[in-house]
Write a protein that binds this ligand. Structure first.
Ligand SMILES: Cc1ncc(COP(=O)(O)O)c(C=O)c1O
Length: 394
């Protein structure tokens, strides 16, 4: 009997051809992953990989985590979805946890990072509008930033290759040419400035702490909001629940997604109460956002990740990972379990690493990123280094 996996493998050669049913936006994929266990993924041929991508910084608890799997299965047997026409208790529970952790007051749930940033942009504009500041519409973002692919999120993602062919983007989004020009770009027309503490898609590049501090001060001075995009850095990825905790920022709005529900699609926007009140009934929404299935998963992930011992583990294994890599690679930057380094040809490096049984991601031409599951152990780090060394990559 032909299984679906066999069918996909048989069709693999046809990717991109006229009769291939998927759009070509991801290009051709050479591997088909069919199973995951802890920090390992297995492809359709049964080959085992050490997963240092975690679904691009998503699978915080690794794959097939028993508690997460149980909660998702139980919720699926009880109620997957009912819409926000009805109160969803698991949303209230997760909102309480996230507001307590962030020091913010209110949460809105959506399904992805782009949607979280989209909602954050809308919230910032709507807040200014609700105060009668109708000319305060500008959203300032940082060179090297990445905030997602919806038209709004793309408008604050200043990468020509991503924006090409999609103009006109949404009006009044501005990214200066250089980081040093960001502070001056924030003025009385600015609704919000959006920052990442560590620019993930930008190459795992930490934004200098004094610049973040100056941006926050300028926002306060000019009456603009500070949005911290924690889509990639949040939910323990950098060794604290939020990366902003490590740099002393006090955001007005936080965008979250990726790790939040461990792989079940979920995003969130957190905000101060005064700002959140701008979203009056009917002003924003999402059919799927915060549904019982996603919230059941999110509550399990957050309950585990917020434990001080779990976060200490991320810091400890992260420090070990950095200590093993630092002598072997160039320009290693990052924190916790989010690291990037430079190579001459990132795509070739990642392809050879996969051959050697280590999954990594290339960001741009020269940067390689490691964002493994947060349950990673030091022994996995040793195994990863050994596999890459055997392949002549380190
Ligand atoms: C910082 C940041 N913001 C937003 C996004 C977009 O998230 P999503 O792909 O879930 O829309 C990403 C994705 O890589 C990200 O790293």
């Amino acid at each position: 009997m032909t299984t679906p996996v066999d069918q996909v493998s048989a069709l693999a050669g046809a990717q991109g051809s006229a009769d291939w049913p998927l759009m070509d936006n991801y290009g051709a994929r050479s591997r088909t992953m069919v199973r995951g266990e802890g920090v390992y993924l297995f492809d359709a041929e049964g080959k085992q990989y050490l997963d240092f991508t975690a679904g691009i910084a998503v699978c915080a608890l690794g794959h097939s985590h028993p508690e997460l799997a149980r909660a998702v299965a139980e919720q699926a047997h009880t109620l997957i979805h009912c819409s926000n026409l009805y109160l969803i208790p698991q949303q209230v529970e997760l909102a309480r946890k996230l507001t307590a952790l962030s020091g913010l007051d209110k949460a809105f749930f959506c399904n992805s990072g782009a949607e979280a940033n989209e909602a954050a942009i809308k919230l910032a504009r709507r807040y200014a509008w609700s105060r009668g500041e109708t000319k305060r519409t500008r959203i300032v973002s940082l060179p090297g930033g990445f905030h997602g692919r919806t038209l709004g999120a793309l408008s604050i993602t200043p990468k020509p290759a991503y924006q090409e062919g999609f103009h006109p983007l949404i009006p009044d989004c501005f990214t200066p040419e250089s980081l040093s020009a960001v502070v001056d770009a924030i003025d009385e027309r600015t609704a919000a400035c959006v920052v990442e503490v560590i620019q993930g898609e930008g190459g795992v590049r930490p934004v200098p702490q004094d610049l973040l501090r100056d941006i926050a001060a300028r926002c306060r001075e000019q009456g603009a909001l500070l949005i911290v995009d924690e889509v990639q850095t949040g939910v323990g990825r950098t060794g604290t629940f939020f990366a902003f905790e490590q740099v002393g920022l006090k955001p007005d709005i936080v965008a979250l997604a990726k790790g939040l529900a461990g792989g079940v699609p979920a995003g969130a926007v957190l905000a101060r109460a005064e700002i959140a009140q701008a979203l009056t009934p009917g002003s924003h929404g999402s059919t799927f956002g915060g549904n019982p299935l996603a919230m059941a998963a999110g509550n399990v992930v957050v309950d585990i990740v917020r434990q001080p011992a779990f976060l200490a583990h991320v810091r400890q294994v992260g420090a070990y990972l950095a200590s093993r890599l630092r002598p072997l690679v160039a320009e290693l930057t990052g924190a916790g379990l989010m690291w990037g380094f430079s190579v001459p040809d990132a795509r070739a490096f990642v392809a050879r690493a996969a051959e050697a049984g280590v999954l990594l991601t290339a960001i741009g031409e020269h940067r390689v990123r490691m964002v493994p599951p947060l349950i990673l152990e030091e022994a996995h780090v040793d195994e990863m280094v050994a596999r890459l060394q055997r392949a002549g990559l380190l």
